[in-house]
Design a protein around this ligand. Structure first.
Ligand SMILES: Cc1ncc(COP(=O)(O)O)c(C=O)c1O
Length: 466
Protein backbone atom coordinates (compact mmCIF):
# COMPACT_ATOMS: atom_id res chain seq x y z
CA UNK A 1 0.00 0.00 0.00
CA UNK A 2 1.34 3.41 -0.89
CA UNK A 3 1.45 5.72 2.08
CA UNK A 4 2.14 9.48 2.07
CA UNK A 5 5.50 8.78 3.68
CA UNK A 6 6.50 6.17 1.08
CA UNK A 7 5.39 8.52 -1.71
CA UNK A 8 7.43 11.40 -0.27
CA UNK A 9 10.52 9.22 0.16
CA UNK A 10 10.23 7.77 -3.35
CA UNK A 11 9.80 11.28 -4.78
CA UNK A 12 12.96 12.46 -3.03
CA UNK A 13 14.92 9.45 -4.27
CA UNK A 14 13.69 9.95 -7.82
CA UNK A 15 14.71 13.61 -7.57
CA UNK A 16 18.22 12.44 -6.77
CA UNK A 17 18.24 10.16 -9.81
CA UNK A 18 17.07 13.09 -12.01
CA UNK A 19 19.91 15.23 -10.64
CA UNK A 20 22.37 12.38 -11.39
CA UNK A 21 23.18 11.92 -7.70
CA UNK A 22 23.99 8.21 -7.36
CA UNK A 23 21.28 6.22 -5.53
CA UNK A 24 21.93 2.66 -4.39
CA UNK A 25 20.15 -0.12 -2.52
CA UNK A 26 23.52 -1.80 -1.75
CA UNK A 27 22.78 -4.94 -3.71
CA UNK A 28 25.37 -4.21 -6.34
CA UNK A 29 28.59 -3.52 -4.47
CA UNK A 30 29.50 -6.66 -2.65
CA UNK A 31 33.09 -7.25 -1.55
CA UNK A 32 35.51 -8.78 -2.35
CA UNK A 33 35.34 -7.25 -5.81
CA UNK A 34 36.10 -9.42 -8.84
CA UNK A 35 38.78 -7.07 -10.22
CA UNK A 36 41.84 -5.59 -8.55
CA UNK A 37 41.11 -3.28 -5.62
CA UNK A 38 42.04 0.13 -6.96
CA UNK A 39 39.33 2.07 -5.20
CA UNK A 40 38.91 1.18 -1.50
CA UNK A 41 40.39 2.88 1.59
CA UNK A 42 42.27 -0.31 2.50
CA UNK A 43 45.56 1.50 1.75
CA UNK A 44 47.85 -1.13 3.32
CA UNK A 45 45.89 -4.08 1.84
CA UNK A 46 45.36 -5.36 5.38
CA UNK A 47 41.72 -6.40 4.88
CA UNK A 48 43.00 -9.47 3.02
CA UNK A 49 46.38 -9.89 4.74
CA UNK A 50 46.73 -13.55 5.70
CA UNK A 51 49.50 -12.96 8.26
CA UNK A 52 47.43 -10.37 10.09
CA UNK A 53 44.44 -12.70 9.95
CA UNK A 54 46.47 -15.51 11.51
CA UNK A 55 47.87 -13.21 14.21
CA UNK A 56 44.33 -12.17 15.10
CA UNK A 57 43.11 -15.79 15.25
CA UNK A 58 46.03 -16.67 17.56
CA UNK A 59 45.34 -13.70 19.82
CA UNK A 60 41.57 -14.02 19.98
CA UNK A 61 41.78 -17.71 20.86
CA UNK A 62 43.56 -16.70 24.08
CA UNK A 63 40.95 -14.09 25.06
CA UNK A 64 38.44 -15.03 27.77
CA UNK A 65 35.90 -12.50 26.42
CA UNK A 66 35.26 -12.07 22.73
CA UNK A 67 31.74 -10.74 22.25
CA UNK A 68 30.05 -7.47 23.15
CA UNK A 69 30.50 -5.47 26.31
CA UNK A 70 26.81 -5.17 27.17
CA UNK A 71 26.66 -1.42 27.50
CA UNK A 72 28.12 1.99 26.83
CA UNK A 73 31.37 2.97 28.55
CA UNK A 74 29.27 4.91 31.06
CA UNK A 75 26.90 2.04 31.76
CA UNK A 76 28.47 -1.39 32.37
CA UNK A 77 30.43 -1.44 29.11
CA UNK A 78 33.79 -0.02 30.24
CA UNK A 79 36.26 -2.90 29.82
CA UNK A 80 39.87 -2.98 31.01
CA UNK A 81 40.74 -3.61 27.34
CA UNK A 82 39.41 -0.14 26.47
CA UNK A 83 41.46 1.58 29.17
CA UNK A 84 44.62 -0.40 28.37
CA UNK A 85 44.26 0.40 24.69
CA UNK A 86 43.76 4.10 25.42
CA UNK A 87 46.96 4.02 27.50
CA UNK A 88 48.73 2.35 24.61
CA UNK A 89 47.48 5.05 22.20
CA UNK A 90 48.62 7.79 24.56
CA UNK A 91 52.11 6.35 24.73
CA UNK A 92 52.35 5.39 21.06
CA UNK A 93 51.29 8.80 19.77
CA UNK A 94 52.91 10.74 22.63
CA UNK A 95 49.57 12.42 23.40
CA UNK A 96 48.37 13.90 26.71
CA UNK A 97 45.19 11.76 26.58
CA UNK A 98 43.34 9.36 24.29
CA UNK A 99 39.66 8.45 23.95
CA UNK A 100 38.24 5.54 21.96
CA UNK A 101 35.13 5.79 19.77
CA UNK A 102 33.07 3.26 17.85
CA UNK A 103 33.83 5.09 14.63
CA UNK A 104 35.50 8.19 13.23
CA UNK A 105 32.05 9.53 12.51
CA UNK A 106 31.10 9.24 16.19
CA UNK A 107 34.37 10.85 17.26
CA UNK A 108 33.91 13.88 15.00
CA UNK A 109 30.27 14.34 15.95
CA UNK A 110 31.10 13.98 19.67
CA UNK A 111 34.00 16.44 19.52
CA UNK A 112 32.38 19.08 17.34
CA UNK A 113 28.94 19.06 18.89
CA UNK A 114 30.24 19.28 22.45
CA UNK A 115 33.63 21.02 22.65
CA UNK A 116 33.23 24.48 21.02
CA UNK A 117 31.53 26.70 23.57
CA UNK A 118 29.23 29.70 23.24
CA UNK A 119 31.29 32.61 21.94
CA UNK A 120 33.80 30.36 20.16
CA UNK A 121 34.21 30.28 16.37
CA UNK A 122 35.11 27.43 14.03
CA UNK A 123 37.23 27.98 10.93
CA UNK A 124 36.94 24.99 8.62
CA UNK A 125 38.41 23.89 5.33
CA UNK A 126 35.56 24.09 2.80
CA UNK A 127 36.06 20.38 1.95
CA UNK A 128 35.95 19.12 5.53
CA UNK A 129 34.24 15.75 6.02
CA UNK A 130 30.50 15.37 6.60
CA UNK A 131 31.05 13.99 10.12
CA UNK A 132 32.68 17.26 11.22
CA UNK A 133 29.85 19.23 9.62
CA UNK A 134 27.21 17.06 11.27
CA UNK A 135 28.80 17.63 14.66
CA UNK A 136 29.01 21.37 14.03
CA UNK A 137 25.33 21.58 13.10
CA UNK A 138 24.51 20.60 16.70
CA UNK A 139 27.25 22.74 18.25
CA UNK A 140 26.88 25.84 20.42
CA UNK A 141 29.13 27.52 17.83
CA UNK A 142 26.90 26.59 14.88
CA UNK A 143 26.24 30.26 14.08
CA UNK A 144 29.96 31.04 14.03
CA UNK A 145 31.28 28.77 11.28
CA UNK A 146 33.82 30.23 8.84
CA UNK A 147 34.83 28.08 5.86
CA UNK A 148 38.07 28.94 4.05
CA UNK A 149 39.14 27.93 0.53
CA UNK A 150 40.42 24.39 0.39
CA UNK A 151 44.06 24.13 1.52
CA UNK A 152 44.66 27.85 0.91
CA UNK A 153 46.94 29.41 3.51
CA UNK A 154 46.07 32.88 2.14
CA UNK A 155 42.36 32.23 2.59
CA UNK A 156 42.96 30.83 6.07
CA UNK A 157 44.88 33.99 7.00
CA UNK A 158 42.03 36.23 5.76
CA UNK A 159 39.47 34.11 7.60
CA UNK A 160 41.38 34.23 10.90
CA UNK A 161 41.66 38.02 10.58
CA UNK A 162 37.93 38.25 9.85
CA UNK A 163 37.12 36.06 12.86
CA UNK A 164 39.27 38.27 15.09
CA UNK A 165 37.29 41.32 13.93
CA UNK A 166 33.90 39.59 14.26
CA UNK A 167 34.66 38.02 17.65
CA UNK A 168 36.31 40.54 19.97
CA UNK A 169 36.28 37.96 22.78
CA UNK A 170 38.68 35.79 20.75
CA UNK A 171 40.89 38.80 19.96
CA UNK A 172 40.89 39.62 23.68
CA UNK A 173 42.05 36.11 24.54
CA UNK A 174 38.75 35.13 26.20
CA UNK A 175 37.33 32.64 23.68
CA UNK A 176 38.61 30.07 21.20
CA UNK A 177 38.91 29.86 17.43
CA UNK A 178 38.94 26.21 16.30
CA UNK A 179 40.57 25.28 13.00
CA UNK A 180 39.19 22.09 11.43
CA UNK A 181 41.36 20.28 8.88
CA UNK A 182 42.08 16.85 7.47
CA UNK A 183 45.62 15.58 6.97
CA UNK A 184 44.95 14.01 3.56
CA UNK A 185 41.70 14.84 1.75
CA UNK A 186 40.09 11.80 0.23
CA UNK A 187 38.29 13.49 -2.66
CA UNK A 188 41.29 15.43 -4.00
CA UNK A 189 44.10 13.32 -2.57
CA UNK A 190 45.93 16.44 -1.43
CA UNK A 191 47.44 17.45 1.91
CA UNK A 192 46.59 20.25 4.31
CA UNK A 193 49.57 22.64 4.51
CA UNK A 194 49.89 21.85 8.23
CA UNK A 195 53.21 23.61 9.03
CA UNK A 196 51.88 26.79 7.40
CA UNK A 197 48.55 26.48 9.25
CA UNK A 198 50.34 26.12 12.57
CA UNK A 199 52.52 29.16 11.83
CA UNK A 200 49.47 31.28 10.94
CA UNK A 201 47.50 30.24 14.00
CA UNK A 202 50.45 30.92 16.31
CA UNK A 203 51.16 34.26 14.64
CA UNK A 204 47.61 35.65 14.41
CA UNK A 205 45.64 34.31 17.37
CA UNK A 206 46.28 35.17 21.02
CA UNK A 207 48.27 32.41 22.75
CA UNK A 208 46.01 29.56 23.86
CA UNK A 209 43.05 30.83 21.79
CA UNK A 210 43.65 28.80 18.63
CA UNK A 211 42.69 25.11 18.74
CA UNK A 212 43.78 23.11 15.69
CA UNK A 213 42.03 19.80 15.03
CA UNK A 214 43.41 17.43 12.40
CA UNK A 215 41.38 14.47 11.17
CA UNK A 216 43.89 11.79 10.10
CA UNK A 217 41.27 9.35 8.78
CA UNK A 218 43.14 9.00 5.47
CA UNK A 219 46.68 9.65 6.68
CA UNK A 220 46.89 7.40 9.73
CA UNK A 221 49.08 4.31 9.44
CA UNK A 222 50.56 5.35 6.10
CA UNK A 223 52.88 8.20 7.18
CA UNK A 224 55.21 8.77 10.10
CA UNK A 225 57.30 6.27 12.05
CA UNK A 226 55.32 3.00 12.44
CA UNK A 227 52.28 4.67 10.94
CA UNK A 228 51.87 7.44 13.52
CA UNK A 229 50.36 9.65 10.83
CA UNK A 230 51.00 12.92 9.07
CA UNK A 231 51.10 15.17 12.15
CA UNK A 232 53.89 12.98 13.54
CA UNK A 233 55.67 12.78 10.16
CA UNK A 234 55.78 16.60 10.20
CA UNK A 235 56.92 16.75 13.84
CA UNK A 236 53.87 18.85 14.80
CA UNK A 237 52.55 16.72 17.68
CA UNK A 238 53.15 19.48 20.24
CA UNK A 239 51.64 22.27 18.15
CA UNK A 240 48.38 20.63 17.12
CA UNK A 241 45.77 20.39 19.85
CA UNK A 242 43.55 17.48 18.84
CA UNK A 243 44.15 14.68 16.35
CA UNK A 244 41.74 11.99 15.18
CA UNK A 245 43.00 8.58 14.01
CA UNK A 246 40.31 6.32 12.59
CA UNK A 247 40.70 2.55 12.26
CA UNK A 248 38.41 1.88 9.30
CA UNK A 249 40.79 2.70 6.47
CA UNK A 250 44.49 1.74 6.49
CA UNK A 251 44.05 -0.08 9.82
CA UNK A 252 41.42 -2.39 8.27
CA UNK A 253 39.02 -2.38 11.24
CA UNK A 254 36.47 -0.01 12.74
CA UNK A 255 36.62 2.57 15.50
CA UNK A 256 38.74 5.62 16.18
CA UNK A 257 40.89 7.30 18.80
CA UNK A 258 40.92 10.98 19.61
CA UNK A 259 44.24 12.36 20.92
CA UNK A 260 43.47 15.37 23.04
CA UNK A 261 43.99 17.04 26.40
CA UNK A 262 42.80 15.26 29.56
CA UNK A 263 40.14 17.99 29.99
CA UNK A 264 38.75 17.52 26.48
CA UNK A 265 38.71 13.76 27.10
CA UNK A 266 36.80 14.12 30.36
CA UNK A 267 34.38 16.63 28.85
CA UNK A 268 33.49 14.34 25.92
CA UNK A 269 33.03 11.36 28.24
CA UNK A 270 30.42 13.39 30.08
CA UNK A 271 28.89 15.52 27.29
CA UNK A 272 29.64 13.80 23.96
CA UNK A 273 26.37 12.16 22.97
CA UNK A 274 27.72 9.58 20.46
CA UNK A 275 30.18 8.50 23.16
CA UNK A 276 27.60 8.32 25.93
CA UNK A 277 24.67 6.76 24.10
CA UNK A 278 26.27 3.90 22.18
CA UNK A 279 27.45 0.43 23.17
CA UNK A 280 31.23 0.36 23.52
CA UNK A 281 33.62 -1.47 21.19
CA UNK A 282 33.35 -5.28 21.48
CA UNK A 283 36.11 -7.43 23.03
CA UNK A 284 36.90 -9.09 19.71
CA UNK A 285 37.32 -5.71 18.02
CA UNK A 286 39.63 -4.58 20.83
CA UNK A 287 41.73 -7.69 20.25
CA UNK A 288 41.73 -7.03 16.50
CA UNK A 289 42.80 -3.42 17.08
CA UNK A 290 45.75 -4.46 19.24
CA UNK A 291 46.74 -7.02 16.61
CA UNK A 292 46.49 -4.47 13.81
CA UNK A 293 48.61 -1.92 15.73
CA UNK A 294 51.22 -4.64 16.54
CA UNK A 295 51.35 -5.58 12.88
CA UNK A 296 51.71 -2.06 11.48
CA UNK A 297 54.38 -1.27 14.09
CA UNK A 298 56.39 -4.35 13.03
CA UNK A 299 58.73 -4.67 10.06
CA UNK A 300 55.81 -6.12 8.04
CA UNK A 301 54.00 -2.79 8.46
CA UNK A 302 57.08 -0.86 7.46
CA UNK A 303 57.35 -2.90 4.25
CA UNK A 304 53.68 -2.33 3.43
CA UNK A 305 53.98 1.41 4.01
CA UNK A 306 56.99 1.73 1.74
CA UNK A 307 55.38 -0.49 -0.86
CA UNK A 308 52.29 1.79 -0.82
CA UNK A 309 54.50 4.84 -1.36
CA UNK A 310 56.40 3.11 -4.14
CA UNK A 311 53.27 1.98 -6.02
CA UNK A 312 51.70 5.44 -5.60
CA UNK A 313 54.76 7.10 -7.19
CA UNK A 314 54.79 4.53 -9.96
CA UNK A 315 51.11 5.05 -10.72
CA UNK A 316 51.50 8.81 -10.80
CA UNK A 317 54.27 8.71 -13.39
CA UNK A 318 52.49 6.07 -15.48
CA UNK A 319 49.27 8.05 -15.41
CA UNK A 320 50.89 11.36 -16.32
CA UNK A 321 52.63 9.68 -19.27
CA UNK A 322 49.45 7.90 -20.39
CA UNK A 323 47.17 10.93 -20.21
CA UNK A 324 49.36 13.42 -22.04
CA UNK A 325 47.61 12.89 -25.39
CA UNK A 326 44.11 12.37 -24.00
CA UNK A 327 41.64 15.28 -24.27
CA UNK A 328 41.46 16.79 -20.82
CA UNK A 329 37.66 16.85 -20.71
CA UNK A 330 37.74 13.04 -20.92
CA UNK A 331 40.57 12.17 -18.54
CA UNK A 332 42.79 14.52 -16.56
CA UNK A 333 44.75 14.57 -13.36
CA UNK A 334 44.20 17.83 -11.48
CA UNK A 335 47.26 19.96 -10.85
CA UNK A 336 48.30 19.43 -7.26
CA UNK A 337 51.49 19.69 -5.33
CA UNK A 338 52.67 18.49 -1.97
CA UNK A 339 53.60 21.44 0.31
CA UNK A 340 57.30 22.27 -0.09
CA UNK A 341 58.03 21.79 3.62
CA UNK A 342 56.79 18.16 3.65
CA UNK A 343 59.27 15.26 3.85
CA UNK A 344 59.86 13.66 0.44
CA UNK A 345 58.37 10.33 1.55
CA UNK A 346 54.90 11.81 2.00
CA UNK A 347 53.20 10.64 -1.19
CA UNK A 348 49.45 10.62 -1.83
CA UNK A 349 47.85 7.27 -2.71
CA UNK A 350 44.65 8.97 -3.96
CA UNK A 351 44.22 9.99 -7.61
CA UNK A 352 41.13 11.91 -8.67
CA UNK A 353 40.60 11.45 -12.42
CA UNK A 354 38.67 14.45 -13.66
CA UNK A 355 36.23 13.72 -16.47
CA UNK A 356 33.15 15.36 -17.95
CA UNK A 357 31.60 11.88 -18.07
CA UNK A 358 31.98 10.41 -14.56
CA UNK A 359 28.87 8.23 -14.79
CA UNK A 360 29.72 6.57 -18.15
CA UNK A 361 33.34 6.11 -17.05
CA UNK A 362 32.35 4.51 -13.75
CA UNK A 363 29.82 2.32 -15.58
CA UNK A 364 32.51 1.22 -18.03
CA UNK A 365 34.90 0.32 -15.18
CA UNK A 366 32.19 -1.40 -13.15
CA UNK A 367 31.34 -3.58 -16.14
CA UNK A 368 34.96 -4.73 -15.99
CA UNK A 369 34.52 -5.72 -12.34
CA UNK A 370 36.11 -2.64 -10.72
CA UNK A 371 34.33 -1.23 -7.70
CA UNK A 372 34.27 2.42 -8.50
CA UNK A 373 31.58 5.02 -8.04
CA UNK A 374 31.20 8.21 -10.03
CA UNK A 375 31.33 11.62 -8.41
CA UNK A 376 29.19 13.70 -10.76
CA UNK A 377 27.81 17.23 -10.38
CA UNK A 378 26.11 18.12 -7.99
CA UNK A 379 28.01 15.74 -5.68
CA UNK A 380 31.11 17.77 -6.62
CA UNK A 381 31.20 21.28 -8.18
CA UNK A 382 30.74 21.56 -11.95
CA UNK A 383 34.05 21.04 -13.74
CA UNK A 384 35.28 18.89 -10.87
CA UNK A 385 33.36 15.70 -11.81
CA UNK A 386 35.56 12.70 -11.24
CA UNK A 387 36.25 9.06 -10.59
CA UNK A 388 38.78 8.32 -7.85
CA UNK A 389 41.56 5.75 -8.06
CA UNK A 390 43.33 4.64 -4.90
CA UNK A 391 46.63 2.79 -4.54
CA UNK A 392 47.19 -0.05 -2.08
CA UNK A 393 50.34 -1.65 -0.72
CA UNK A 394 49.71 -4.90 -2.60
CA UNK A 395 48.64 -3.49 -5.95
CA UNK A 396 50.93 -4.73 -8.70
CA UNK A 397 52.33 -2.84 -11.69
CA UNK A 398 50.36 -5.19 -13.97
CA UNK A 399 47.13 -4.11 -12.25
CA UNK A 400 48.04 -0.48 -12.83
CA UNK A 401 48.91 -1.07 -16.49
CA UNK A 402 45.65 -2.92 -17.02
CA UNK A 403 43.59 -0.13 -15.48
CA UNK A 404 45.40 2.53 -17.50
CA UNK A 405 44.83 0.51 -20.69
CA UNK A 406 41.10 0.38 -19.88
CA UNK A 407 41.01 4.13 -19.22
CA UNK A 408 42.67 4.83 -22.56
CA UNK A 409 40.38 2.40 -24.40
CA UNK A 410 37.35 4.17 -22.90
CA UNK A 411 38.72 7.55 -23.88
CA UNK A 412 39.31 6.43 -27.48
CA UNK A 413 35.80 5.00 -27.66
CA UNK A 414 34.40 8.29 -26.43
CA UNK A 415 36.49 10.36 -28.82
CA UNK A 416 35.11 8.24 -31.66
CA UNK A 417 31.54 8.77 -30.45
CA UNK A 418 32.10 12.50 -30.07
CA UNK A 419 33.46 12.68 -33.60
CA UNK A 420 30.41 10.89 -34.99
CA UNK A 421 28.05 13.15 -33.04
CA UNK A 422 29.80 16.24 -34.39
CA UNK A 423 29.55 14.97 -37.95
CA UNK A 424 25.84 14.26 -37.41
CA UNK A 425 25.30 17.76 -36.04
CA UNK A 426 26.97 19.42 -39.00
CA UNK A 427 25.03 17.27 -41.46
CA UNK A 428 21.69 18.02 -39.85
CA UNK A 429 22.47 21.70 -39.60
CA UNK A 430 23.47 21.89 -43.24
CA UNK A 431 20.23 20.17 -44.29
CA UNK A 432 18.19 22.45 -42.09
CA UNK A 433 19.83 25.61 -43.36
CA UNK A 434 19.29 24.46 -46.95
CA UNK A 435 15.56 23.78 -46.45
CA UNK A 436 14.87 26.98 -44.56
CA UNK A 437 16.88 29.29 -46.85
CA UNK A 438 13.90 31.48 -47.61
CA UNK A 439 12.98 31.90 -43.93
CA UNK A 440 14.93 34.31 -41.71
CA UNK A 441 17.06 32.50 -39.14
CA UNK A 442 15.15 32.10 -35.93
CA UNK A 443 16.65 31.36 -32.58
CA UNK A 444 14.50 28.32 -32.00
CA UNK A 445 15.55 24.74 -31.30
CA UNK A 446 15.78 22.67 -34.48
CA UNK A 447 16.82 19.38 -32.98
CA UNK A 448 18.40 17.88 -29.91
CA UNK A 449 21.63 15.93 -29.50
CA UNK A 450 22.13 13.25 -26.89
CA UNK A 451 25.63 13.21 -25.46
CA UNK A 452 27.09 9.71 -25.54
CA UNK A 453 26.40 7.64 -22.47
CA UNK A 454 24.63 10.47 -20.62
CA UNK A 455 21.10 11.63 -20.10
CA UNK A 456 22.14 15.08 -21.36
CA UNK A 457 20.36 16.49 -24.42
CA UNK A 458 21.37 19.73 -26.11
CA UNK A 459 18.94 21.82 -28.14
CA UNK A 460 20.63 23.13 -31.29
CA UNK A 461 19.34 26.27 -33.02
CA UNK A 462 20.02 27.56 -36.55
CA UNK A 463 22.00 30.48 -35.10
CA UNK A 464 24.54 27.94 -33.87
CA UNK A 465 25.64 27.43 -37.45
CA UNK A 466 25.02 30.65 -39.36
C1 LIG B 1 37.95 12.46 6.76
C2 LIG B 1 37.06 11.46 7.43
N1 LIG B 1 36.78 11.60 8.73
C3 LIG B 1 36.00 10.74 9.38
C4 LIG B 1 35.46 9.66 8.73
C5 LIG B 1 34.58 8.71 9.48
O1 LIG B 1 35.34 7.63 9.90
P1 LIG B 1 34.67 6.21 10.16
O2 LIG B 1 34.56 5.55 8.82
O3 LIG B 1 35.59 5.54 11.09
O4 LIG B 1 33.33 6.47 10.75
C6 LIG B 1 35.74 9.45 7.38
C7 LIG B 1 35.17 8.29 6.67
O5 LIG B 1 34.82 8.30 5.55
C8 LIG B 1 36.57 10.37 6.71
O6 LIG B 1 36.87 10.23 5.43
Amino acid sequence: MSTPLAAALEKALQGRVRRSVPVTDLHDDIIPCPAADLFSNDYLSLCTDTRLRQAFIDNISKEPLVFGTGGSRLLNGNASAHLEFEDRMKTFFGAPAALLFNSGYDANVAFWHSIPQTGDAVILDELIHASTRDGLMASRARTALYPFSHNSAASLRDTILHVLRAHPAIAAGKATAFIALEGLYSMDGDFAPLPEVVRLVEELLPAGCGHIVVDEAHSTAIYGAQGRGLVAALGLEDRIDTVLHTFGKARALTGAVLLCSPTVRKYIINYGRPFIYSTSISHSMMCALSTSFDYIESSAGEELISSLHHISRTFESKLIAALQYTPSHLLALPARSTPADFPSNVVSPIFPILTSYPIPLARFLRNLGYRTRPLPYPVVPRGQERVRIVMHARNTEEELDELIAHLLAWSLELQEEEKKEKEKEVLLATEEVATSKSEPAKDKALFTISLPGTALRIAVSVRSFV
